[in-house]
Design a protein around this ligand. Structure first.
Ligand code: KIV
Ligand code: ZN
Length: 525
């Protein structure tokens, strides 16, 4: 890439596929509003390309691609497409309003995919790849081509397919390790072979796209960079099909921290990594493991006395990156119950959250009730209020909790008594017993509202630290009209469970949730 200063800089393209491959993780589907929020966050993070969906996969994908194409201005917005006219037309329909756009066409090339999935001979694959790229070039200037399952494709045939794609006008060639089978050394060999044997390869950008089935996605991606790849495809928190994709934050911080070896830079604003990771965890409902590299809560925690002593003398004894470099704010005590709206706004601004007046009002209300319950309010609490609270998840206020009490203990029947207010302000009461206090609460809410559901998932995660940490309760239920999710934030698990259950009930009653999404069909041409 030329910087305009006369010196060619080794700048790596970060291609984010959280909204396409990431969204293909079972259970990670996002609705339109959530996808838009993630796309804006990716823009703030500084990614170069946002693969925002697969236009032909569903009308919902097409609609969200269109919305992102119209509203997110900065990165190239990209849609995946098979090498068919229908898919390419759908991608064009989705992206024609984007100021900067790319199409990503793919076709499987490995023997096993050719024989068992596509039932196509090599000659037919070569023809379809070339025709697909050429058709894509009629509409798009920027065309990426992926030979799916490249790492298990015969190298000579792979080289032939890629040569055809270049001749047909591909501008980026991606080399997917679709099933996460490669090792760093085998992946390097493949890339080196292609660079030596594909005519015209020096004219295009080589991209890597690695899955994490053997836990090697990031290692393989970096091996690819060392072999000359100048685009890495990755996702926030490494979400994606099966074990996931290469994690964006790990790739970026490895490139930055080991620039001495890897010699490339990215346009990523690394201090946005942590907030973006939290946002994606929150909207997908996939929590980040505490020990996850770069963005896990323990990533910068030092437990052993020897380590702590070393850190105090010189942090570089045990720290190769600074927490602030990835936007990880230390849990410093910041605000108390007497703090005002202005102080809250300032602190949130420092944490990178620029809220409008209405949003600030909502966070301020949540902050005041939290400060009443909790002795100390930390940055992580404030972040939780923004990411998990009312601002991003306004509740449908059809039913509201007025009072709640539960009893449980050894030898007693768990019971709950609850009072709910309906939309007219009328109060309804019910007492129930259950297998535990939470079950009793759910039964009492079902009794009052008349909404019957089957609980599919119940998760409580601590989203901040300490004895009086804020916990997020996330529920997934099955109702006769579909699958619904609800969530709530509280320092009290029973109260949080009741609020999350009521959130689900209110969503069912107002039917605002997207209907459950059918998982995409495997490629079939
Ligand atoms: O893993 C894969 O092969 C893909 C392609 C569509 C690029 O996601
Ligand atoms: Zn993939």
């Amino acid at each position: 890439m030329d910087t305009g200063s006369g010196t060619p800089e080794e700048r790596l393209v970060i291609f984010d596929t959280t909204l396409r491959d990431g969204e293909q993780s079972p259970g990670a589907s996002m609705n339109l509003g959530q996808k838009l929020r993630v796309a804006h966050a990716l823009n703030d993070l500084g990614v170069d390309v946002i693969e925002a969906g697969f236009a032909a996969a569903s009308p919902g994908d097409l609609e969200s691609l269109q919305a992102i194409a119209r509203q997110v201005n900065g990165p190239l917005i990209c849609s995946l497409a098979r090498c068919t006219t229908g898919d390419i037309d759908a991608a064009w329909e989705a992206l024609k309003d984007a100021p900067r756009r790319r199409i990503h066409v793919f076709l499987a090339t490995s023997k096993i995919h050719r024989e068992f999935k596509l039932r196509l001979a090599k000659q037919e694959i070569l023809k379809r790849a070339a025709e697909g790229v050429a058709r894509a070039r009629e509409r798009f200037d920027d065309v990426e081509f992926s030979p799916e399952d490249a790492s298990r494709t015969e190298p000579e045939f792979l080289a032939e397919v890629l040569e055809r794609a270049i001749e047909a006008g591909a501008t980026t060639l991606n080399i997917p390790d679709t099933v996460g089978y490669a090792l760093p050394s085998t992946y390097s060999n493949t890339l080196r072979y292609l660079r030596q044997n594909v005519r015209g390869i020096e004219k295009v950008v080589i991209s890597v796209h690695c899955h994490d089935d053997l836990g090697l996605a990031v290692a393989n991606s970096l091996a690819g960079v060392l072999e000359g790849a100048r685009q890495v495809e990755c996702t926030i928190n490494g979400i994606g099909e099966r074990a996931g994709n290469a994690s964006l934050e790990e790739v970026v911080m490895a490139l930055k921290t080991r620039h001495d070896v890897l010699h490339v830079t990215t346009g990523i604003r690394t201090d946005r990594l942590y907030p973006t990771s939290r946002l994606v965890a929150q909207v997908t409902g996939f929590p980040v493991p505490r020990n996850k590299a770069i963005v896990g809560l323990n990533a910068f925690a030092h437990e052993s006395g020897i380590h702590q002593h070393g850190m105090i003398s010189n942090r570089e004894t045990y720290e190769i990156m600074r927490p602030e470099d990835v936007g990880f704010s230390q849990s410093s005590l910041v605000l108390g119950k007497h703090s005002g709206r202005h102080a809250l706004k300032e602190r949130l601004g420092t944490l990178g959250y620029d809220l409008d007046d209405k949003q600030l009002d909502a966070v301020f209300a949540d902050f005041k009730s939290l400060a009443d319950k909790k002795k100390e309010v930390f940055d992580t609490d404030l972040e939780a209020l923004v990411l998990h609270g009312q601002v991003l998840h306004p509740r449908q206020r059809i039913w509201e909790i007025v009072a709640l009490s539960t009893t449980s203990g050894t030898g007693t029947l768990p019971a709950a008594s609850i009072a709910l207010k309906d939309a007219t302000g009328e109060c309804h009461r019910q007492a129930s017993s259950g297998d535990g206090p939470v079950d009793a609460v759910f039964k009492a809410i079902e009794g009052i509202t008349g909404v019957q559901v089957r609980l599919r998932q119940f998760q409580v995660n601590s989203v901040t630290t300490g004895e009086d940490a804020l916990g997020e309760v996330a529920l997934e239920v099955e109702h006769e009209t579909g699958i619904y999710r609800g969530r709530a934030l509280s320092t009290d698990i029973i109260e949080g469970s009741a609020e999350a259950f009521l959130d689900v009930v209110n969503r069912i009653l107002s039917r605002t949730d997207e209907p459950p999404k059918v998982k995409r069909e495997a490629e079939a041409i």
